[in-house]
Design a protein around this ligand. Structure first.
Ligand code: GDP
Ligand code: IMO
Ligand code: MG
Length: 431
């Protein structure tokens, strides 16, 4: 039995797509378990760049079952577009499955997301405006529309009528936005339903059968630990739980079925959207990292904020997800800096040193990073595939991170391409 959860250990965009694509080659099933098309997972092959939003990153590995689990929120129109785009590039989608229990992002969710952000003005969260928050809100309020509703037009129309009765009031009265006609929304969704029906399945059962049959299953997280709705930098978070435990609820598997948790972290940190970021660099070095790392959002194209590696936040991620090993991506981006810094501790406004993430937001907002400086390396390491070929300072940097976290670094990213990676012998999933 081999079930590995891959999660983002920072603020998202750690390179999960690339890592999942790599491991998918040795996996039978890849499952997305939370988030929606707020995610943008990039895979760069020899001559193509793929940007996946809700379809699992195993889709480029022929024969892999790719499951969109019940914990995700799915925009039917967005999913159809993603399917079309992949089909136009001759990608086989016969292995795609969609949980009948996942909640659907309706046009009013997208409108409400945008309107709420506008209203918040300078207090906005900087969401991707894909309707993620409003859709999860409806799920919790038990007025959501689920994929299985697409299979029964009568139920779909009735549910849309009920939902829109309230939504239209909010759209019109609170946000001065146009009302939506339930019949028109239903008609549009039913057109998507025709296309999505063949993919809808009991995905929890499929995953269980795969694990029981000794097949290798990967769970692909979206976003990152610090964007977790419970444990992240609330309210500057997403509306789901990107930590490993969510793979169980979001895919319908028990915790005893999971054997490994692979955290993915950049060799530095980026964040897109608003919210606190202790190691953020708003200087020339930050700009250099952003430019060299091509740090522009996969989904929204927004420029990402960059900073040095934050070990306090990473230690927190290891704790929250029980991370057993780390994939450290984008090490190549740090080449050429005379010194590379890692934040080992925070210093609070009162001068107290913290090794662990403070639970209170006021303390966290006042924290300043305490850095250890490590020697940098000059050589370009892009495309390096052997650890022994790395400059000694780069190896020491990786080892310092593994030592500080108490877990092995089993994968090291050295470039955008799917082959640009150093793999340690025990890289998951081990057979
Ligand atoms: P995800 O959301 O975690 O899948 O990450 P994104 O795809 O949004 O952002 C990561 C970006 O870094 C993408 O453009 C990847 O192609 C790129 N990337 C991933 N790993 C590496 C690496 O090791 N080196 C470099 N230079 N780029 C990488
Ligand atoms: P991947 O899977 C980075 C951020 C948004 C915003 C906050 C809330 O590619 O790593 P939302 O639209 O989810 O309500 O926005 O979360 N965010 C991400 N940041 N990577 C992502 O996904 C993200 N998905 C959402 O920028 O700050
Ligand atoms: Mg991304």
């Amino acid at each position: 039995m081999s079930a590995t959860v891959v999660i983002g250990a920072q603020w998202g965009d750690e390179g999960k797509g690339k890592i999942v694509d790599l491991l998918a080659d040795r996996s039978d099933v890849v499952v997305r378990f939370q988030g929606g098309n707020n995610a943008g997972h990039t895979i760069v092959t020899d001559d193509e760049t793929y940007k996946l939003h809700v379809i699992p990153s195993g889709i480029l590995s022929p024969g892999t079952l790719c499951v969109i689990g019940n914990g995700t929120v799915v925009d039917p129109g967005g999913l159809c577009t993603e399917i079309d785009q992949l089909q136009a590039r001759d990608i086989d989608l016969s292995g795609l499955r969609l949980s009948g229990n996942c909640h659907l992002i309706m046009p009013y969710h997208v409108m409400l997301d945008g309107a709420a952000e506008m209203k918040l003005g300078r207090f906005s969260i900087g969401t991707t405006r894909r309707g993620i928050g409003p859709c999860y809100q409806d799920k919790a309020a038990r007025v959501g529309i689920r994929a299985q509703d697409l299979l029964d037009p009568k139920i779909l129309v009735r549910k849309l009528e009920i939902a829109l009765e309230a939504k239209n009031e909010v759209l019109e009265k609170l946000y001065d936005a146009p009302r939506l006609d339930p019949a028109a929304v239903a008609e549009e969704q039913l057109a998507y339903a025709e296309r999505l029906k063949p993919f809808i399945a009991d995905t929890s059962l499929l995953i269980d059968q795969a694990i029981t049959g000794g097949r290798s299953v990967l769970f692909e997280g979206a976003q990152g630990t610090m964007l977790d709705i419970d444990h992240g930098t609330y309210p500057f978070v997403t509306s789901s739980n990107p930590i490993a435990g969510a793979a169980c609820t979001g895919a319908g598997v028990g915790p005893t079925r999971i054997s490994r948790v692979l955290g993915v972290a950049k060799a530095y940190v980026t964040r897109v959207g608003e919210g606190p970021f202790p190691t953020e660099l708003d200087d020339a070095i930050g700009e250099q990292i952003t430019t060299r790392g091509k740090e522009f959002g996969t989904t929204t194209g927004r420029q990402r904020r960059s900073g040095w590696l934050d070990l306090v936040a990473l230690r927190y991620a290891v704790r929250l997800s029980g991370i057993t090993e780390l994939a450290l991506t984008k090490l190549d981006v740090l080449s050429g800096f005379p010194t590379v810094r890692v934040c080992q501790e925070y210093e609070t406004r009162d001068g107290e040193r913290l090794r662990e993430m403070p639970y209170h937001q006021t303390v966290f907002h006042g924290c300043r990073p305490v850095y250890t400086d490590l020697p940098g390396w000059e050589d370009d390491i892009e495309g390096c595939r052997e650890r022994s070929a790395l400059p000694a300072a780069a190896r020491d940097y990786v080892d310092a991170i593994g030592d500080a976290l108490g877990i092995p670094v089993t994968l090291i990213g050295t470039g955008q391409g799917r082959e640009d990676v150093i793999q340690q012998p025990d890289a998951p999933p081990a057979s």
